[in-house]
Design a protein around this ligand. Structure first.
Ligand code: NAP
Ligand code: MG
Length: 493
């Protein structure tokens, strides 16, 4: 275990049925600051018994508690009040998020703003869940009602901890569901801090439960629990495949937001300066720990050499530093495991392609999981560093000939989360957008994400969509109601 255990670290409890509780085993596990490698908190190590308790409370809240009859207007108000609390506490939450993930404080502040915006958006949407009148041919009226799915089990990753929590909780609550949320083992503390306000903003006990634990011992029993009606998962494709198999036994609704190996495509006619910025921002923001990272940088041959040189020159100026330093543009990776993983891909890359810059640990830091922003070029799309998700600041630059070639390389991936295309030619841009098999495509930008617009992948990047009206649909069942308007018997027999 890296780092020394300090005695002044906060020991958290978890939030079940509106109460703060330890795990039934009384075990806890440590949470780290990846820039110092020190323990900053202890959290309960929840197991299947704790999952049972949380799911039972969510089920009771869904079936018998006041939430079952809370109006859509009131659900909306609850979410607005929660958004207010988050805005009022942005500084505290952003600091915790930066310390715990390693991300720069300025980025963490944006994230917390987005968390509040997400609760506001779904607060407004709560009263806009509409049914239909179906045009059936008989003397009857056929209605479509939208109803909450029930208990949602929600499992999230560590790269945007509270934001991934908001993407799951906000639409579920707007729909009228109840929730059991399991944050990633590395980053559970901002969700627990948020739980301090849940009762105050008007959520009855059991509507939101937050349990902390590991994937196998806490996440898996949540997915398998017969009283969980829907599982919403964001994480790696490897775990996503396990989730689908586990959910099959109880025929749960499942949505998966998985990884990617997203192409960021630069045609020779793109604005050169904007393109270089866009290539670096696309892959290095949040230390590259982004599901939609533009980790495959596809560059058209006439500008290829100049492009790689310009990327390298600018990448060297990226300021690595302590997460809480306001000038920092790149912090440490989230954990020792993630550091080892990225370091090993840096070594794989050195055998598969040419190294243009970086390629190792950022040695100026005595402690912390810092790696250099790394750029490989002359990468073949069949190389491991072009096919496997690294989830760190490693760019693989791949040359291409023409539009057809770019699309072929872009689509030659098991993933299909995101892509971007840079050109001044609107016709070429749209042809490329239509040809690309991905859930999100940007033109002349990469990464902006809005709660109003859908998020999710094609192919092995998952299924289902979060955000916007699409996000709430995933927490709703559809009920057909038939009203007979004939007063006479059917007259069949
Ligand atoms: P991960 O290892 O797949 O873990 C994600 C979550 O699943 C964690 O809470 C984890 O718990 C839990 N888990 C692990 N094994 C489980 C099991 N057998 N049953 C149930 N739950 C289990 O992913 P990560 O390393 O945290 O995050 C990085 C991945 O997330 C990347 O692949 C990235 O692309 C993806 N991601 C996707 C999106 C998107 O919107 N598409 C957004 C962000 C991240 P532990 O914490 O204990 O491991
Ligand atoms: Mg994990």
């Amino acid at each position: 275990m890296p780092g020394g255990v300090k005695t002044d670290v906060k020991t958290y409890q978890m939030y079940i049925n509106g109460e703060w509780v330890a795990s039934q085993s009384n075990k806890t596990f440590p949470v780290y600051d990846p820039s110092t490698e020190e323990v900053i908190a202890q959290v309960p190590d929840a197991n299947a018994e704790d999952v049972n308790r949380a799911v039972a409370s969510a089920k009771a809240a869904f079936e018998d508690g006041p939430w079952a009859t809370t109006t859509a207007q009131e659900r909306g108000r609850v979410l607005f009040r929660l958004a207010d609390k988050i805005r009022q506490n942005t500084a505290m939450l952003a600091e915790l998020e930066a310390r715990n993930t390693g991300k720069p404080i300025v980025e963490a502040e944006y994230d917390i703003g987005d968390v509040a915006t997400c609760f506001e958006y779904y607060g407004g949407l709560a009263t806009k869940i509409l049914g239909y009148v179906n045009p059936v041919p008989d003397n009857a009226m056929s209605l479509t009602l939208k109803e909450p799915i029930g208990v949602a089990g929600q499992i999230i990753p560590w790269n945007y901890p509270l934001l991934m929590g908001a993407w799951k909780l906000a639409p579920a609550l707007a729909a009228g569901c109840t929730c059991v949320l399991k944050p990633a083992e590395q980053t559970p503390i901002t969700a627990l801090e948020m739980a301090n306000w849940l009762a105050d903003v008007g959520l009855p006990p059991g509507v939101v439960n937050i349990i902390t634990g590991f994937g196998e011992s806490c996440g898996a029993p949540l997915v398998q629990h017969p009283d969980v009606n829907k599982v919403a998962f964001t994480g790696s494709a490897a775990v996503g495949k396990i989730i689908v198999k586990m959910a099959a036994d109880t025929v749960k609704r499942v949505t998966l937001e998985l990884g990617g190996k997203s192409p960021n495509i630069f045609f020779a006619d793109a604005d050169f300066e904007a393109a270089i910025d866009g290539a670096l921002f696309g892959v290095f923001i949040n230390q590259g720990e982004v599901c939609s990272a533009g980790s495959r940088v596809l560059v058209q041959k006439p500008i290829y050499k100049k492009f790689v040189d310009a990327m390298v020159e600018k990448a060297k100026k990226i300021k690595l530093g302590a997460p809480l330093d306001r000038d920092t543009k790149m912090g440490p990776l989230v954990s020792k495991d993630q550091y080892d993983r990225v370091r090993s891909y840096q070594e794989v890359g050195k055998k598969e392609a040419k190294l243009a810059s970086g390629g190792g640990r950022a040695e100026k830091f005595a402690k912390g999981y810092y790696v250099e922003p790394t750029i490989f070029y002359d990468v073949d799309n069949s190389a491991r560093i072009a096919r496997e998700e690294i989830f760190g600041p490693v760019a693989t630059v791949i040359p291409f000939d023409d539009e057809k070639d770019a699309v072929k390389i872009a689509n030659d991936s098991p993933y299909g989360l995101a892509a971007a295309v840079w050109t001044r030619d609107i016709f070429k841009a749209f042809r490329t957008v239509k040809a690309i098999r991905a859930g999100i495509v940007w033109i002349n930008h990469m990464q902006p994400t809005y709660v109003e617009a859908p998020w999710g992948g094609y192919k092995q990047s998952g299924f289902g969509r979060e955000l916007g009206p699409w996000g709430i649909e995933e927490y709703l069942e559809t009920k057909q109601v038939h009203i007979n308007l004939n007063e006479q018997p059917i007259g069949w027999y």
